[in-house]
Design a protein around this ligand. Structure first.
Ligand code: WT7
Length: 636
């Protein structure tokens, strides 16, 4: 079908107009012509933006793994679906054809079924970036269990919170995982998490590092022996379009992490269609996204999107700088990668190293390069464009979120002219609007506003697991009738969007979403801490880094400052994970507060950024004198 692959700017505008004028007709056609269904829908869309209720492809029946795997077997069973590139380049890479993927996923599906997993059960997956991670996810989808993947860098406490929130009965984990020169003891962390998660009845363990681990009798089972016995064919469950596919946690500005729920048909249609267009994938290409499958980028654009298109997708276990800063480029050359998708933080880190690290490799297999996770600054954009894309490959800066399920604003390569730091134009079906503080739509160009989306798209998250009211309050209340992203943006004369960053208390550190409130809650648990406030400040590599202002109780009691800094960061690492550690901690006698007791973060942000003048009006502060003190002792 012609509108499935968008090949010219003219066609883009035409397709875009159709998608806005007749969204139901538009999405109905895309869904009808490009997927396998057991039964078609009665209605393409029913929705209520106020109540945040969305039904896409009502009453349709399908299984997403039929579309990811089975339907490719006839024509491309012997083509490669997954290439696994291990952490250690000396270990051999492995590949799995679509036939083999079918067999592996079938075995896993059969094992899970035999072990009592049922449709609708939540299965937590806490694994390193190994092929079994893909097989587990797809096996859940095949049998109708809801997967909840937790990133392998999270701590026991964070894992336990997520398991409990969605009441997971099953956990799939590994003995350990490799990350650069380190080994992460995943099973040990999982054991600790399970002390506080009695809902888990069974734990399936993959062997990766082969170290000694503790196995709890009656609860823990090694997967391999079960897989060896299992049948390599399987039947896919018949799922309803709106049956839950997965839960994925994202941190917010307040409280516990939000379990974003994605459902089956809309997510499938949207991730497939966006993958096809944003990466210009053609048959036989090798596509590589460096994200971890523990984040939405990995769900949508390592697994589902590529497999739905019958693509070859690389799963990379390692990191950009291990064993050398050439690793990415070495892997691109080795597997002749055609599409490469990574994060600005990785680009900035590699751009700091000697240029030989990249110049020594032949990157001419590349056709498209992509960026995701945070705004890509001009310097990083040019380095990526010049040295990786060789000014030859379009650089697609893709804006989206866990909540949007797939890419919503980005340039279509070879179609949309790119402009550094601009994500550019909305994808068909996406209606962005910028809103000012008074809730009026911003019509003029070059004025920053709150980025909202006016109309539902198929992959919009359906709810926050167990708390629909929180879903409404977080995304659909600030600007009634619209989805509010939490990001700021502006629009240029051509209609291109530039994302300027978060407008709430979420800080994007190395492309990871960090809510400040949950980290503050952890710090405040320390016996010597009275209260704290965290703000972000610009950082060369991470994009933003975390600066904590901490008020100490009983100043006489605590011993030495350095120790306390270490203890606070240890607490954060234990409770959340090392990614949430603070870069700077300043002990203060008080925080600047309004008369109603609200912390004036605006002032703290300026101090952290080193902007020490022009605080605006501080006369309304309860304690204006504290500002001077904080300024003087700030950490440079
Ligand atoms: C937040 C969502 C979507 C996959 C990765 C993160 C920021 C993401 C961009 C971009 C500017 C971006 C936003 C967004 N963000 N991509 N291309 N330009 N900002 O998913 O963890 O849900 O984070 O990441 O602030 O709201 P996430």
């Amino acid at each position: 079908m012609s509108s499935y692959s968008i090949e010219s700017l003219e066609q883009y505008f035409k397709v875009y107009r159709q998608s806005i004028r007749k969204p139901k007709k538009f999405w109905g056609k895309i869904a009808e012509n490009n997927f396998t269904w057991y039964q078609k829908w009665d209605k393409v869309l029913e929705f209520d933006m106020q109540k945040a209720e969305f039904t896409w492809f009502k009453n349709a029946k399908l299984n997403i793994t039929k579309n990811c795997i089975d339907r490719h077997l006839a024509n491309k069973g012997d083509e490669i679906a997954i290439i696994f590139e291990p952490n250690d380049p000396k270990e051999e890479s492995k590949s799995f054809t679509y036939n083999q993927l079918y067999a592996e996923v079938s075995k896993m599906t059969n094992v899970l079924r035999e072990q009592g997993v049922e449709k609708g059960d939540r299965v937590c997956i806490y694994l390193p970036m190994i092929p079994e991670l893909a097989f587990s996810i797809l096996a859940c989808a095949r049998m109708g269990a809801i997967h909840s993947v937790v990133f392998g860098g999270f701590s026991a406490n964070a894992l336990s919170t997520r398991i409990n929130d969605s009441d997971c009965k099953f956990l799939i984990t590994a003995d350990g995982g490799y990350r650069a020169s380190k080994t992460i003891k995943l099973k040990e962390i999982a054991d600790k998490a399970l002390e506080k998660s009695p809902c888990v009845e069974k734990v399936f363990v993959v062997k990766r590092t082969n170290e000694e681990i503790n196995m709890v009798e009656g609860r823990d089972l090694f997967l391999q022996p079960l897989l060896d016995e299992a049948d390599a064919t399987s039947i896919a469950e018949i799922m309803d379009a709106e049956d839950p596919l997965f839960i994925l946690y994202t941190s917010g500005s307040t409280g516990t992490p939000k379990g974003m729920l994605h459902t089956t048909a809309g997510y499938m249609v949207y991730t497939a269609y966006t993958f096809k267009n944003f990466f210009n994938y053609s048959n036989g290409d090798v596509y590589w996204c460096t994200a971890d499958i523990g984040w939405i980028t990995g769900h949508s654009y390592i697994l589902y999107g590529p497999l739905l298109n019958g693509a070859t997708t690389v799963i990379f276990e390692g990191t950009p700088s291990y064993p050398t800063h050439s690793r990415f480029w070495e892997v691109i050359e080795k597997h002749q990668v055609n599409q490469f998708y990574t994060a600005p933080t990785a680009i900035r880190a590699l751009a700091k190293e000697k240029i030989e690290f990249v110049q020594d490799y032949r990157l001419d297999s590349l056709k498209v390069i992509g960026s995701v996770g945070e705004p890509i600054n001009e310097e990083a954009w040019h380095w990526y464009n010049d040295h990786v894309g060789n000014k030859r490959c379009p650089l697609v800066d893709t804006w989206w979120q866990t909540e949007t399920g797939g890419i919503v604003i980005a340039a279509i390569p070879f179609v949309t002219p790119t402009k550094p730091t601009y994500a550019s134009l909305p994808f068909p079906g996406i209606q962005p609007v910028l809103m000012d503080e008074l809730r009026n739509e911003i019509e003029v160009n070059q004025k920053m506003g709150n980025l909202c989306i006016e109309f539902p798209w198929p992959a919009i998250a359906r709810t926050i697991w167990g708390d629909h009211q929180r879903y409404i309050d977080t995304y659909f209340t600030t600007f009634p009738g619209k989805y509010f992203s939490g990001d700021g943006a502006l629009r240029d004369e051509v209609g291109y969007y530039r994302i300027t960053g978060r407008v709430d208390d979420v800080i994007i550190v190395s492309g990871h979403n960090m809510g400040t409130a949950p980290i503050e809650d952890v710090i405040n648990e320390h016996q010597y801490v009275a209260e704290s406030a965290i703000v972000g400040y610009p950082h060369d590599i991470k994009g933003n880094a975390l600066y904590g202002f901490v008020v100490i109780k009983d100043a006489g009691l605590w011993r030495d400052k350095n120790n306390l800094v270490k203890e606070i960061n240890q607490l954060i690492a234990d409770q959340i994970g090392p990614i949430a550690k603070l870069d700077k901690i300043q002990f203060v006698n008080g925080l600047p507060k309004t008369r109603s007791g609200k912390i004036m973060r605006r002032i703290l942000r300026k101090i952290a950024e080193g902007e020490l003048t022009d605080f605006g009006d501080i006369s309304t502060l309860l304690n204006p004198e504290i500002v001077e003190e904080i300024k003087e002792n700030r950490i440079k």
